[in-house]
Design a protein. Structure first.
Length: 457
């Protein structure tokens, strides 16, 4: 990011203030007193940020004209308007032209502006890093081998939200269809926290109702009615100051929703059998593929809990709404496949076109599973359209759906066998979450009979 900040300001007191604060922020202030000089310096010095006093030579029209010309010259500019008057008409015109903010200045507000400048600098630098990350990696890279793939316009606002809430304690509600990557969003939020903190996940749809409360809150030793008399540390406590993911929160029993609501309201919880409550330090991220408005209407989900979880809301688009990301997702998956098998596989343009035009009702998960099935079935270095014929099942074709179901079951069994029925390792092989693997195993009736372990009901 360019260290230059252009300031258009006639008042020497405020010009001096800008120089001092910007120098403290590691930036150089370029001062101009008029519109023409400002445009000249914009073209010559290429600043990323501009502070402009709207009334140049006493005329708001001059400042508004500068904003229009500056943003035409450099559409990505961060431009903050400043004025000694707070006329609503001028404020509206300024923001409509593309300024990101409007500050009212007087001699009493100098401290406020001094505090505001570093915030803007930080915001712009964060945006620059984000844009560079997405451009270089084809998505949001948030760990050595973890990323959210996609750089479409629908994903960029989501990446910005992830960065904003990472060091916050506000609850986050992630909504999206099955297979859109909701758990990955939670992991990206967690990765932005300072230090090595716990990430704890509970699948509210896979744990038995009778066990969910003790799993969430914990149990003190010798609690009546529990088979195990030892102390059980709950996931709220295990999460510490990290992140607690409530996966598929829409499936949580209504009576337990009331208990969770109290925890979020009071920021403390009480393990079963405990005398004193424990403070809640973790950030709660909840995900669901349910339409919560319908669930609230039917009494399946509490409206007050919805509002409490919905402090920050992230809505993931279906894959068909970001088709331009499909080639990136395909290349990302094939690159991982290449590292496993030792040779490169390429999808021919006609086949890629077929993948882009498909609706993908199962979203990114279905795309990755389709690639997995195709690569397992066809050992070719080049994938043509015919290689995807069986996998891309028309909705009306029952026979093909059964074939796809058989393929899914075969892949599940293969991944489980290769990992010794270790669910975490099998899920990683299939590029799905562990809770997603458990759901697929239940769907296909897979359980490891020989060890006597069964899936949660």
């Amino acid at each position: 990011m360019n260290n230059m900040v252009l300031v258009i300001e006639e008042n020497p007191v405020f010009s001096s203030m800008y120089r001092k604060v910007l120098k403290f922020c590691g930036k150089e202030a370029i001062i101009a007193s008029g519109r023409r000089t400002g445009l000249y310096l914009l073209k010559r010095r290429n600043p990323a940020i501009i502070f402009i006093e709207i009334k140049i030579n006493g005329q708001s029209e001059e400042g508004l004209l500068f904003i229009k010309e500056a943003l035409r010259e450099k559409p990505g500019l961060v431009l903050i308007a400043v004025s000694s008057e707070d006329e609503s008409k001028v404020i509206d015109s300024t923001l409509n032209l593309g300024a990101i903010d409007f500050l009212v200045k007087d001699h009493n507000s100098q401290d406020q502006i001094e505090a505001y400048i570093p915030q803007v600098i930080k915001r712009v630098e964060t945006e620059v890093r984000l844009t560079a990350n997405v451009a270089a990696n084809g998505g949001l890279l948030f760990g050595p081998d973890q990323m959210i793939v996609g750089k479409s316009q629908t994903m960029l606002p989501i990446y910005r939200l992830i960065q904003k809430v990472a060091d916050d304690k506000s609850s986050v509600l992630v909504l999206g269809g099955s297979g859109t990557g909701k758990e990955l969003i939670a992991k990206a939020i967690h990765a932005g926290k300072s230090g090595r903190l716990p990430f704890v996940s509970i699948d509210c749809g896979c744990i038995q109702k009778s066990l969910l409360e003790s799993e969430l809150f914990g149990v003190r030793e010798n609690y009546p009615g529990m088979h195990n008399k030892e102390k059980l540390v709950g996931q709220l406590e295990t999460a510490g100051a990290g992140t607690l993911l409530l996966d598929e929160v829409g499936n949580m029993p209504v009576d337990l929703q009331a208990s969770l609501l109290r925890v979020l309201q009071e920021r403390e919880f009480r393990p079963l059998g405990a005398e004193k409550p424990i403070p809640l330090h973790a950030q709660v991220v909840a995900t669901t593929n349910l339409n919560l408005d319908n669930a609230i209407g039917s009494g399946q989900f509490r409206e007050d809990l919805y509002f409490r979880l919905n402090a920050v809301r992230i809505v993931l688009p279906d894959l068909k709404q970001r088709q331009e990301d499909i080639p990136l997702l395909v290349r990302y998956y094939l690159k991982q496949h290449e590292s496993r098998v030792g040779f490169k596989v390429e999808v021919l343009p006609e086949a890629m076109d077929k993948l882009i035009k498909y609706d993908w009702p199962g979203n990114v998960r279905e795309l990755f599973q389709t690639l997995q099935r195709t690569l397992t079935t066809h050992r070719s270095r080049y994938l043509a359209p015919r290689h995807f014929d069986v996998c891309l099942t028309p909705p009306e074709s029952g026979d093909l759906r059964r074939k796809v179901s058989d393929y899914e079951k075969e892949l599940l069994e293969k991944a489980l066998d290769q990992s010794g029925w270790n669910q975490s390792q099998a899920a990683k092989k299939l590029h799905i979450s562990r809770s997603g693997l458990i759901r697929e195993m239940k769907k296909h009736g897979l359980r490891k009979e020989r060890s006597g372990t069964e899936l949660p009901s």
